[in-house]
Design a protein around this ligand. Structure first.
Ligand code: NAP
Length: 318
């Protein structure tokens, strides 16, 4: 008999790729969509219309699911800080409430690598719990504590922490990264660096966490660690493009932090880099180790180049 997955965030970048894989592998897929969500063109999904604050819909969504993949979340680009905390923290509390009330197997919660941090250029692992910077990390860190408690007291749950996800369908991070390597008109690359992971590798990690993870455990799902300069060069080499010629100095980004705070104080409007804390973070090499996921789940990630053919094909279709 096929297994049943309940998916929140199914209409987002990562959720769409997860649902596609689940359908290919023969799962019954129940997915949450808001009335306004773009459901795309995947066929075979049972849609549950509502949002993270609609308890009744959440209960019917998760009831009978072998796996509940909770991916729905919101970042600072799309909402004000109060909403960001509310959706990430309280939305997760509502999913947990629904799981407690119904018959569910394992919950796999998608947090972020951002709740872990090491010194600039060093590799953070799951134990490197960081003080949250900004509403997104704050909301995710609070949600993790709720899921940890659920795993200890009520049910079966695993937490995954993807790093910076790269792949078709993401016009924010992926679009920017590709533009730095492919567009001669793109003015600059960024200082700092990241662990860049292909979206199909993260989908593998989500399924491995369901199959092999230990309840209550956290797993970083990362990729290659590299500076943005190097990423832009490698994308340009691969595609025959020209990497962005100038790097924005780290000092300029740091200096923009107080400006962003000032604009917010006067106008109520949030502009990147949002504040001093986020400005400092944006200039760092935020690197991560995926060793625990590799050793305990059998997780593997490909190189940037492994993921470029389909990602560049998608980018050029835009
Ligand atoms: N992309 C990355 O690099 C990355 C890295 C680390 C962690 N993550 C985490 O992975 C998850 C998926 O990320 P993503 O990049 O796929 O994000 P995304 O494309 O922005 O998708 C977010 C999803 O959450 C849904 N959602 C937002 N608010 C909701 C609400 N109130 N009720 C119900 N659904 C709601 C959205 O629905 P609509 O379609 O209606 O907007 C969408 O399906 C998020 O939790 C994110 O924090 C992402």
């Amino acid at each position: 008999m096929s297994e049943t997955a309940a998916v929140t965030g199914a209409t987002g970048f990562l959720g769409t790729h997860l649902c596609e894989r689940l359908l290919e592998e023969g799962w019954d897929v129940h997915a949450l969509a808001r009335p306004t969500s773009d459901r795309g063109d995947l066929e075979g999904i049972d849609w549950y219309v509502g949002d993270l604050f609609d308890g009744e819909t959440l209960r019917s969504l998760v009831d009978g699911a072998d796996a509940v993949f909770h991916l729905a979340g919101v970042g600072l680009w799309s909402a004000d800080p109060d909403t960001v905390v509310r959706v990430n923290r309280d939305g997760t509390a509502n999913v947990l409430e629904a799981c407690r009330a119904e018959d569910v197997g394992r919950l796999v919660f998608t947090s972020t690598a951002g709740t872990r941090r090491a010194d600039d250029g060093a590799f953070a692992d799951e134990t490197a719990v960081a003080d949250p910077i900004g509403a997104y990390q704050e909301g995710k860190a609070a949600a993790e504590r709720l899921v940890d408690h659920y795993a200890a007291a009520d049910g079966d749950a695993v937490i995954v922490h993807p790093t910076s996800v790269f792949g078709p369908g993401d016009d924010s991070f992926t679009g920017q990264l590709l533009a730095m390597g492919l567009e001669p008109t793109m003015p600059a690359t960024l200082p700092g660096g990241a662990s860049i992971v292909g979206v199909s590798d993260v989908v593998d990690g989500l399924l491995l966490a369901y199959e092999r993870g230990d309840s209550g455990e956290h797993y970083l799902l990362g990729g290659e660690n590299m500076s943005y300069d190097r990423a832009a060069e490698r994308i340009a080499d691969y595609a025959g493009g020209v990497p962005a010629p100038v790097r924005v100095p780290a000092t300029a980004i740091r200096a923009a932090g107080p400006v962003a705070e000032g604009v917010h104080a006067v106008t109520g409007q949030r502009i990147f880099p949002f504040d001093r804390g986020m400005a400092a973070l944006a200039t760092k090499q935020l690197f991560y180790s995926s060793r625990k996921a590799r050793e305990e789940l059998g997780y593997e990630y490909g190189s940037l180049e492994d993921h470029l053919p389909e990602t560049i094909a998608w980018y050029r279709r835009q």
